[in-house]
Design a protein. Structure first.
Length: 164
């Protein structure tokens, strides 16, 4: 289990650094596009398309990091009215179900990416579309992995609280 957690921490570091790089590229590229348009009255034809793809990557990597840091969106209206024991069981259940749903989304995203790969469509500069879409199955798979890990961790902590 410790190996899995260390893998999760390693992925978190890589994702965090990648987000910094992507944001830096986005800032430089968008500023360059603005200057190029206003001063030279031309811009990179593919610049806006690349920016949209970088926003997609940043958003999905951010979602994965949010799950790791437990900063994801959650609706907990009913948990305020539950006993601590029931709250723990509901948390385990919701983490597990969220992992399963994220796993299905990873599978669907993988199928979508493979369809784009087979169609051999390109986005710009003859770069295949599927390369930019790789973030979809990756992120959903990591999100599923992290929610499953949270479900197992919650189950372990609940059992140690019941049987010290």
């Amino acid at each position: 289990m410790e190996l899995i957690k260390s893998l999760d921490r390693f992925l978190e570091k890589i994702e965090g650094r990648l987000i910094v790089v992507l944001l830096s590229v986005m800032i430089i590229l968008s500023f360059g596009q603005m200057v190029s348009r206003n001063i030279f009255h031309q811009s990179l034809v593919w610049g806006d398309t690349l920016l949209r793809q970088l926003v997609l990557w940043t958003g999905f990597l951010g979602a994965s990091l949010a799950v790791h840091k437990n900063k994801h969106i959650s609706i907990d209206v009913f948990s305020n009215f539950m006993s601590p024991a029931l709250k723990g069981k509901v948390l385990i259940f919701t983490h597990f179900i969220t992992a399963v749903i994220s796993g299905f989304l990873a599978w669907a995203a993988w199928s979508f990416m493979q369809f784009e790969r087979e169609s051999e469509s390109t986005l710009f500069l003859d770069i295949p579309v599927w390369i930019f879409q790789f973030i979809l199955p990756y992120s959903f798979l990591i999100i599923a992995f992290r929610f499953l890990l949270k479900s197992v961790d919650s189950k372990k902590s609940e059992s140690t609280q019941i049987n010290p």
